[in-house]
Design a protein around this ligand. Structure first.
Ligand code: GUN
Length: 281
C-alpha cells in the first residue's frame, strides 16, 4: 500500500489562518525585524516569502538589508538597537551569513525573548532541559507538528535524523528524544547510512543531497520527513528522498515542495506571536 502523503502546505495554511484570527483581535500587532546580509539569492527569496506570509497574518516586518562587506560590529549595533526597541518583538538573522562573519557570536547577541528562530544558546539550553518556555527552531518544530497530525504514537520508535545543523538536525534530535524516541543523528562522516536508514521507524532527512534516500533504504511502514530542498537531475525541485519510489514503502511521507517548507514559515510566525505574548504578559 502507498504511503499517506502529508500535506504540509494545507496544514501550514490552517495554522496561518488561526494566527491571523488571533492577531486580528489584537490592538497592537506583533513586529518582526529581519536582518539579511549580502546578496545570497535563495536567502533573498526565503526572506521575501517570510515577509509576505507575515503580512498576510497581520505581523509587521521591517527588513534590514545590509551590504556583503558590512562589519560584524555594525550588525552587533543593529541587534542591540533592535533588542532595545520595545516595538520589535522578534529578531531574525537570515542564515547563512557571508563568509568571515561569526554567525554564532551574533546569534548570542539577540535578546533570547526576541529570538524567534530559537538559535540563541539560552533557548537551545531550555530545549535541552525539556522546558516548555523554550523557543524552538521553526523547521524541527514544524516537522514535529506534522508528526503530531498523523496521530501516530512515536514513543520508543527508532528515529534517524540525517544532518547535525543547529538549524535542523540537533534540535530535531532533541525534540524526538523528548518524545521518547531512540534517536540517532547521522552526518557526513557517518558510516553505512543505508543500514541506519533500514533500521529506522522514522527518518528526518536534512542533507540537501537529491534523492539520497532510496526505496531499499527504507523499512516498510517507516515515517519519512524530507527537509531537503534540491534540484534533481532534470532541474526540478525535489528533496533528499526519492519520493516516487519511497512512497510505495513508507507509511507517511512529506513531499518537496509542499511538505516541511511551508511549516517552517508557519512556525516562525507562531514563534513571533508567542514572543509578543511573552513580552506583553
Ligand atoms: N536559513 C535557513 N533556514 C533558516 C531559518 O529557519 N532561520 C534563519 N534565520 N535562517 C535560515
Amino acid at each position: 500500500m502507498s504511503a499517506q502523503i502529508i500535506n504540509g502546505k494545507e496544514i501550514a495554511a490552517q495554522i496561518r489562518e488561526t494566527l491571523k484570527e488571533k492577531i486580528s483581535l489584537m490592538e497592537k500587532k506583533p513586529k518582526l525585524a529581519v536582518i539579511l546580509v549580502g546578496n545570497d539569492g535563495p536567502s533573498e527569496i526565503y526572506v521575501r516569502n517570510k515577509q509576505k506570509a507575515a503580512a498576510e497574518v497581520g505581523i509587521e516586518t521591517e527588513l534590514f538589508h545590509l551590504e556583503e562587506g558590512v562589519k560584524a560590529s555594525e550588525i552587533e549595533q543593529l541587534i542591540e538597537n533592535l533588542n532595545n526597541d520595545s516595538d520589535v518583538n522578534g529578531i531574525l538573522i537570515q542564515l547563512p551569513l557571508p563568509k568571515g562573519i561569526d554567525s554564532a557570536a551574533l546569534l548570542e547577541k539577540v535578546e533570547p525573548k526576541k529570538d524567534v528562530d530559537g538559535f540563541h544558546p539560552y533557548n537551545i539550553g531550555l530545549l535541552q532541559n525539556g522546558s516548555d518556555k523554550a523557543t524552538i527552531a521553526a523547521t524541527p518544530k514544524g516537522v514535529l507538528r506534522l508528526i503530531e497530525t498523523t496521530g501516530v504514537d512515536i514513543k520508543g520508535l527508532n528515529a534517524l535524523v540525517i544532518g547535525r545543523s543547529t538549524i535542523v538536525g540537533k534540535p530535531m534530535g532533541m525534540l524526538l528524544l523528548q518524545k521518547d524516541c531512540t534517536v540517532t543523528i547521522a552526518h557526513s562522516h557517518t558510516k553505512d547510512l543505508k543500514t541506519l536508514c533500514q533500521n529506522a521507524d522514522l527518518i528526518v532527512s536534512a542533507t540537501g543531497v537529491s534523492k539520497l534516500i532510496k526505496a531499499d533504504w527504507v523499512k516498510k511502514g517507516a515515517m519519512v520527513f524530507d527537509v531537503g530542498i534540491c534540484r534533481n537531475e532534470n532541474g526540478k525541485l525535489g528533496g533528499d528522498v526519492d519520493f516516487e519510489a519511497v512512497k510505495e514503502v513508507a507509511s507517511y511521507i512529506t513531499p518537496v515542495p509542499g511538505g516541511v517548507g511551508p511549516m517552517t514559515i508557519a512556525m516562525l510566525l507562531e514563534n513571533t506571536l508567542e514572543a509578543y505574548l511573552k513580552q506583553n504578559a
